[in-house]
Design a binder for this molecule. Structure first.
Ligand code: ADP
Ligand code: MG
Length: 497
């Protein structure tokens, strides 16, 4: 990987990036109240007296939120702090009825960890480790709505008090691609762990993008922070635009101001929102309504034992134990749902063939990646909404493996499965798609083709061997794709001498 540089008027610049990612913890109830957290509910229907900050209400920590944050910490190889504490971060805003956010500044739940990113999906060696400074747990604020009425603003407190993890990276990234790969990998891990659904378009994961520029080798420059960026693509765009803007400012003789900015995707530019507060502006202090969190070993052990096989380990296993290519292993492990689907397909396929999973892994993975993904894509669907189940896919693969149908007929059958929801065997039967090994029929077809193409037969015999493929194709066409391809090859060879 060549290093990413910005070419300024006065020379080259390096970009430095750190991400703060807010991830909504997947739980039924909020961090300190029993109110529900479902997405898309009518405004203000999921608000308890705690979330509305009625005087005298007391927060009670939700054990499940803490458990999920600890599991996330373990998944990024982080130090879990057995003693942590909640702090109040004081500020006034109309969507924050308490007048402060309960967060963790001084003693976060999760300390240092790391995530490995891969920069080239075909090259498993192209990895880089990105440090993670901490994960702390905090409340979300409500939401203001300004576009419902020309002269009024409304507040929806459904989100008020929802549990968030703030995952703070070290300033270890050096290009838009690295920042994008980091966010995508983090999302993958959270979805495997099940601590956050990773739905960036519903706001359950959003990134604050810290960017600065410097001459290669110089100390870090002043950073800006672009808030609430909600897709991998936008994060990459923010890095690129913001770095270029900073270079222009500095080369014009100005200085970069530490500030909070907003990204406008329609104009692909960042805009200043407000000057950046420092921690002391918030008058943080330990929340007197909450006891410190003290975790015991049994709880930590339970969290550790509940972790699934994680993406890096799974990917490695797919390559070594199943013999998949680095690329296929990467594609199949990039999302937990894809991996689950593949493993179900693999188990069914192996059971039908009475073979080991390793023996059928190549066939199953190639079919899933090049056939099913392609066909679903055409229909604008994904695996989650696929009308074809892993068991149905395995039934189709078994028909190919035992020679009942050819690979090209399998494509047609898959299309019909997606259309009708019927099983592969039923479709093959109904439409008469069985592959034939009827030597007589194939020979008759070949004779016809050779007679109709006497000139090409001459050329073939004169040494133009590439024509063999042409004869195979024509024969298969004449047989409507149903001839056993191996037999076609053999018979053609015999007849052409
Ligand atoms: P704050 O809450 O004030 O933004 P944090 O410590 O929570 O401060 O987050 C700082 C973030 O900014 C981290 O992700 C860190 O990696 C990143 N960062 C710090 N210094 C720089 C820098 N010079 N350039 C780019 N990113 C930086
Ligand atoms: Mg910040």
């Amino acid at each position: 990987m060549s290093e990413y540089r910005i070419q300024g008027a006065t020379g080259e610049w390096e970009v430095v990036i750190g991400l703060e990612v807010h991830a909504q913890i997947t739980t039924n109830a909020k961090l300190f109240s029993g109110a529900a957290t479902a997405f898309g509910a009518e405004p203000n229907t999921q608000v308890s007296l705690v979330d509305a900050a009625m005087p005298g209400m007391l927060p009670v920590p939700n054990r499940e939120c803490i458990r999920q944050a600890v599991r996330t910490g373990l998944a990024i190889n982080a130090k879990i702090n057995k003693w942590s504490r909640f702090d109040r971060k004081n500020y006034f805003y109309a969507d924050l009825p308490q007048g402060y956010q309960i967060s963790q500044l001084y003693h976060p739940l999760v300390g240092e960890g790391s995530i490995e990113i891969q920069l080239d999906d075909k090259n498993p060696e192209s990895t880089k480790t990105i440090g993670i400074e901490r994960i702390h747990v905090e409340q979300d604020a409500g939401k203001l709505m300004h576009d419902q009425h020309p002269t009024m603003s409304y507040v929806d407190l459904n989100r008020s008090g929802v549990a968030l993890m703030e995952i703070v990276s070290r300033p270890d990234m050096r290009s838009p691609a690295e920042a994008g790969a980091y966010l995508a990998k983090l999302r993958t891990i959270l979805r495997y762990v099940g601590s956050c659904d990773g739905n960036m378009d519903q706001g359950s994961m959003r990134a604050d993008v810290n960017v600065s520029v410097r001459r290669p080798g110089d100390p870090f420059g002043t950073r800006t922070e672009t808030k609430n960026v909600n897709s991998v693509r936008f994060v990459m765009a923010v890095v690129e635009q913001e770095a270029k803007r900073q270079v222009a400012v500095i080369e014009d003789g100005g200085t970069v101001v530490q500030e909070t900015r907003l990204y406008d995707p329609d104009r692909n530019e960042t805009r200043s929102m407000r000057s950046k507060e420092d921690a002391h502006d918030y008058r943080y202090f330990p929340d007197p309504d909450l006891l410190p969190l003290e975790l015991d070993d049994a709880f930590l052990e339970e969290c550790r034992a509940s972790l699934p096989e994680l993406p890096d380990a799974k990917r490695h296993r797919y390559e070594t134990a199943l013999g998949l290519s680095a690329y296929n292993a990467g594609v199949l492990t990039a999302d937990v749902e894809t991996a689950r689907w593949f493993e179900a397909l693999l188990a069914e396929t192996a059971a039908r063939a009475k073979k080991s999973e390793a023996e059928v892994a190549k066939q199953a993975s190639n079919w899933l990646i090049s056939e099913l993904f392609g066909a679903l894509n055409k229909l604008g669907r994904s695996l989650e909404t696929s009308p074809v189940s892993p068991a149905a896919g395995a039934e189709l693969l078994a028909l190919v493996a035992d020679g009942t149908i050819s690979g090209s007929i399998a494509k047609q059958v898959l299309e019909k499965m997606l259309e009708s929801g019927d099983g592969a065997a039923a479709i093959v039967e109904r439409e008469g798609l069985k592959q034939t090994s009827d030597t007589g029929a194939i020979e008759a077809a070949i004779d016809g083709i050779l007679a109709a193409n006497a000139d090409k037969v001459e050329q073939f015999k004169a040494g133009k061997e590439a024509l063999f493929g042409f004869f195979v194709g024509q024969t298969m066409k004449a047989m409507q794709g149903k001839a056993n391809p191996q037999l076609v090859n053999e018979l053609l060879k015999k007849k052409l001498g």
